[in-house]
Design a protein around this ligand. Structure first.
Ligand code: DAH
Length: 339
């Protein structure tokens, strides 16, 4: 038996692994419950007392040697990885972890893709605005209560410079700075002085659409929004328009889509109505066209505006708006497959 122990001891001492797999094979072969050293202990039990004394010491030395060798090899491999000792260049590299696009970017890109197919081009406007573009040109008369619809962050004392409260301000830029026909889509950040909660934030994102041409009708608006809703929420999605009020459109409407989570049957998200409000829209008020120097006898148009957070929440069943701004990777990782 002593001979056997010596043989195993020299195997252990000579062991020279090429990689981590071989170390694992070594561990199993020598140190696991069914390994060679355990087997020696089983044999040891049947020896008489005299033999036990001699053999016991040897087996213990063997076990200790093997354990130390294993630990040393593992440690050495760690050192190798840090590049201090020699590096195993044949070792496969670790997979690079992929990041995920922010869900708001995913939906932002989808919205743009849908409307680009319909001939809209993307335009941009300033986030720090003047009263004129955010309100006056859009038919919000001074001191008109409609200005209270949106709690504004003013920057200048005279309340002329402000953080835009909606992307409709880009409409005012488009109409004053370009000649019709215009077909533009303006995504961007907007700001409102609101208490932060699961449903409201002081910063969020909107997309504005504006289409001005000859003979643009309400039917064109409805058709455009129907295509959008089906592309965004699925081909079985229905839309409905409810009369509403916005200073810059006449007539104005709010658009609901059939709830994509329950298929219109009623659930907690749609509050058992089967419908979800997704945007505001209307025909550009002739006053707005004229204020920007566009002849309303020749040109007509429609506009619409939607919140990207809202669309994203409805699409993915997200219940708290604040999740978008926390950058918790447990939340963000769920969108890895969403493009
Ligand atoms: N600007 C509106 C808001 O922030 C949304 C909106 C409604 C935009 C109707 C439009 C529109 O272009 O026609 O609540």
């Amino acid at each position: 038996m002593i001979e056997k122990i010596n043989k195993i001891l020299s195997e252990v001492q000579e062991f020279n692994p090429k990689d981590i797999q071989e170390i694992e094979v070594f561990r199993i072969e020598y140190l696991s419950k069914k390994g060679k050293i355990s087997a020696l202990f089983d044999e040891f039990r049947n020896l008489d007392a005299e033999q036990k004394r001699e053999v016991g010491v040897k087996i213990n030395i063997l076990k200790q040697t093997a354990t130390e060798k294993l630990n040393q090899l593992k440690e050495q491999l760690f050192v190798d990885n840090t590049g201090k000792v020699d590096i195993d260049l044949t070792r496969p590299s670790e997979a690079i972890k992929l990041g995920a696009r922010h869900p708001l970017s995913v939906v932002h890109n989808q919205i743009i893709e849908i409307f680009t197919k319909l001939g809209f081009s993307v335009s941009d406007g300033p986030e720090i605005e003047d009263d004129n573009h955010n309100f006056a040109l859009l038919n919000f008369p001074e001191h008109h209560p409609a200005r209270d619809m949106q709690d504004t962050f003013f920057i200048s004392e005279d309340m002329n410079v402000l953080l835009r409260t909606h992307t409709s301000s880009v409409q005012a830029h488009e109409m004053t700075e370009q000649k019709p026909p215009i077909r533009s889509l303006s995504p961007g950040r907007v700001y409102r002085n609101e208490a932060i909660s699961a449903r409201a934030h002081c910063l969020f994102h909107q997309v504005e659409g504006l289409y001005i041409d000859k003979n643009v009708s309400f039917a064109d608006l409805k058709q455009t929004l129907e295509i959008f809703a089906k592309e965004m929420f699925g081909e079985h999605t229905k839309i409905r328009l409810r009369p509403s009020y916005f200073p810059f459109t006449e007539p104005s409407a709010e658009v609901d889509v059939s709830c994509s989570l329950c298929g219109g049957k009623g659930c907690t998200v749609c509050k058992y109505t089967g419908w979800l409000e997704i945007l505001g829209c209307g025909m550009v008020d002739p006053n707005v066209l004229e204020a920007s120097g566009i002849n309303s006898k020749i040109w007509s148009g429609f506009a619409f505006g939607m919140g990207i957070e809202r669309i994203t929440m409805l699409k993915y069943g997200i219940k708290d708006l604040r999740l978008f701004f926390e950058n918790d990777i447990r939340f963000l990782n769920q969108f890895i497959s969403a493009i």
